[in-house]
Design a protein around this ligand. Structure first.
Ligand SMILES: [Zn+2]
Ligand SMILES: [Zn+2]
Length: 286
């Protein structure tokens, strides 16, 4: 926000410095000790995001506090940043086999992350299995979420339940848990279970309404066609989120979404439900 080729009301106001604040593409950094950090999705803007947060700065001439990079799916806004972290640094990626293969297989640019043995090590996430995150006290469980293959893989391979997941990250010392679902096409029993007792929930806030792009004359596809559960309406995700007890934060918000506009009716509805709208630099402790 703003989108480079968009002159919608929100994007114009963000450029002018109005009631809409500019934002980078969605990514979350998680740490149990403030020393080792894990990135949940790696946005195309990862370099600027690292520089914006001292916790992610090197502590030696060649060093990075980033101990792992977790991918929820193969959408480019979630994994393209990996290709920007190519400066011969050992990295550890966590993804389902399906997401890993979708990114690495047949991708000639991926070879830039294979220039030496151990440059990028993958840890395969299996749906529903709790697995350790490096040497930290954190664990992660990948939870299949309603979704789809990334656009660039459609028609190339069959869909799998592991093409799109969310994460439950748990600190084994405190028992506290966060749930991270950045792309959700709609409700499911696994999703309901994963967020039920979470202390913090990051949730797909892409679109307010199904026909948001159509109504604005900016596209032809409905939110559901793009595998995003709209926030508003009786069947919307806000009604679902309003029933949870933990802290809830909407992320992955499209530039057209009226919740980005401070004071809008939609923003007020979100706030009235006790749900927050993410912004760059948001700092959350649980
Ligand atoms: Zn726009
Ligand atoms: Zn996305």
């Amino acid at each position: 926000m703003p989108q480079w080729n968009c002159g919608c009301d929100n994007c114009r106001e963000a450029r002018a410095g109005g009631r809409v604040v500019a934002r980078t593409q969605e990514s979350v950094a998680v740490s149990a000790d403030g020393s080792d950090w894990f990135l949940l999705n790696v946005s195309p803007e990862v370099r600027a995001q690292i520089e914006s947060f001292p916790g992610l700065w090197p502590r030696a001439p060649r060093h990075s506090p980033i101990a792992g990079l977790l991918l929820t799916n193969g959408d480019l806004d979630h994994c393209l940043g990996l290709l920007s972290l190519r400066e011969s640094h050992p990295l550890v990626g966590y993804a389902t086999e399906s997401v890993h293969a979708g990114f690495a297989a047949g991708n000639v640019l991926y070879r830039t992350l294979e220039r030496f043995a151990g440059q990028l090590t993958w840890r395969t996430l299996a749906a529903g299995r709790e697995q350790p995150l490096g040497d930290s006290t954190l664990t992660v469980t990948a939870v299949p979420a309603p979704g789809n293959l990334p656009l660039h893989l459609k028609g190339l391979r069959p869909a799998s339940p592991e093409d799109n997941v969310g994460f439950v990250v748990r600190d084994t010392r405190s028992g506290r848990r966060l749930a991270y679902f950045s792309g959700v096409a709609g409700p499911s029993p696994e999703l309901t279970q994963a967020v039920a007792d979470a202390d913090l929930v990051f949730f797909d806030g892409t679109f307010w309404s199904s026909d948001e792009l159509i109504a604005a004359g900016l596209g032809t596809r409905r939110a559901e066609d793009m595998s995003h559960w709209p926030i508003g309406g009786a069947e919307g995700s806000l009604a679902f989120l309003s029933r949870l007890r933990g802290r809830r934060v909407l992320i992955h918000i499209n530039n057209t979404n009226p919740i980005l506009r401070e004071g809008s009716a939609e923003r007020r509805a979100v706030e009235a439900a006790g749900v927050e709208v993410a912004f760059d630099g948001m700092d959350l402790s649980i």
